[in-house]
Design a protein around this ligand. Structure first.
Ligand SMILES: NC(=O)c1ccc[n+]([C@@H]2O[C@H](COP(=O)([O-])OP(=O)(O)OC[C@H]3O[C@@H](n4cnc5c(N)ncnc54)[C@H](OP(=O)(O)O)[C@@H]3O)[C@@H](O)[C@H]2O)c1
Length: 309
């Protein structure tokens, strides 16, 4: 198998490069690496310079030809919401990729994971159980590796902040879970891509938990969203259990805005991770992005969220 030729750049294989993080990674790492990208659905961001292989990561049994010439593997594939068997199957497919990467002598393995969560979720939620199991396998593989664990991400096509602004624009009240005093430190997806670029070239192994340049309460973030829309913040306050009920109900109706486990995670006050240090230019703040959203200057998420809302 050969990547688009004409260049002697090293080859990066990305699992799950067609999503939100993948789009930012392609535009940042595309000048440093030839890219072989595996995911199931086509995406307009991958031009002819990217070797897209339409492949289900759960189905690949023989990774050797796909890893031919590969220098770095970056895994982004995961599901936000799926059955236990779907998580198990993706985990098993990724384990086959990891084991083949060891055999084929890949130089470095990068895994994008998620920040610490409340113990109950870490133990019981298939989303986290299988993700952590794969993270542990990466750390024990013997490869040079980095497990990058960003907190809440923002950027064009995000599935959270852009939807929140849209709802605030449209409805008089916005739900507030508890007092909103728990913290967040949103990081731009373009900054995560810059960190991944650095890590792709680096050689240090270990885990890297990272947030953006501002640590603020969730309530301060939502207030700021109202202000950029030129509206006074107005909330409909709900308790933690009310929030879980609301998100269960929304999920049952087909909404993908916020899942019950995400509300629990948010309210646990574990998402205000410290800022990533030592990158130039510095990490960008969320404010200008909110202003762009409010001005309607950003395109919506290409997959859509809940188009009828
Ligand atoms: N978004 C955030 O705020 C955030 C925050 C912290 C950490 N993360 C982590 O960052 C990573 C990337 O997140 P994201 O927001 O970019 O997710 P995303 O937009 O949902 O993209 C996921 C990608 O994985 C691919 N994929 C999923 N299952 C696959 C399968 N079985 N076979 C092949 N490809 C598969 C999807 O493409 P197809 O469906 O076309 O196959 C898509 O390209 C995830 O591990 C996530 O947990 C995200």
């Amino acid at each position: 198998m050969s990547a688009p030729s004409g260049s002697r750049l090293r080859l990066l294989l990305i699992g799950g490069g067609g999503g939100f993080v993948g789009r930012a990674v392609l535009s940042t790492l595309g000048s440093d690496f030839r890219i072989r990208s595996l995911h199931r659905h086509p995406t307009p961001n991958e031009g002819p310079e990217v070797e897209w292989i339409p492949e289900d990561l759960t189905a690949v049994q023989d990774w050797a030809p796909l890893l031919d010439e590969v220098d770095v593997v970056l895994n982004l594939a995961w599901y936000r919401w799926a059955s236990e068997s779907a998580f198990r199957s993706l985990h098993d497919g990724l384990r086959r990729l990891l084991e083949a990467a060891v055999r084929s002598g890949v130089r470095r393995f990068l895994q994008v994971s998620v920040p610490p969560a409340p113990a109950s979720l870490e133990q019981d939620l298939p989303y986290l159980r299988y993700k952590r199991r794969f993270d542990v396998a990466v750390a024990g593989s013997g490869l040079s590796y980095r497990i990058v664990r960003p907190t809440m991400l923002f950027g064009p096509g995000d599935v959270l902040l852009s939807e929140m602004v849209r709802l605030m624009r449209r409805y008089p009240l916005f739900p507030m879970f508890g007092d909103g005093g728990y913290h967040v430190s949103p990081i731009a997806v373009s900054d995560l891509a810059r960190v991944l670029r650095r890590e792709a070239h680096g050689g240090d192994s270990g885990r890297l938990d990272l947030g953006g340049p501002e640590r603020l309460t969730y309530r301060a973030l939502t207030d700021r969203m109202f202000w950029v829309l030129g509206k006074r913040p107005r909330y409909w306050t709900t308790s933690a259990s009310g929030a879980r009920r609301l998100t269960r109900w929304l999920t049952a109706l087909g909404s993908t805005l916020l899942y019950p486990y995400e509300v629990e995670w948010l309210m646990s006050d574990l998402l205000g991770l410290p800022a990533y240090e030592g990158i130039d230019p510095p990490l960008v703040k969320v404010g200008p992005y909110l202003e762009q959203l409010a001005a309607g200057r950003l395109v919506p998420n290409p997959r859509g969220l809940w188009p009828n809302l």
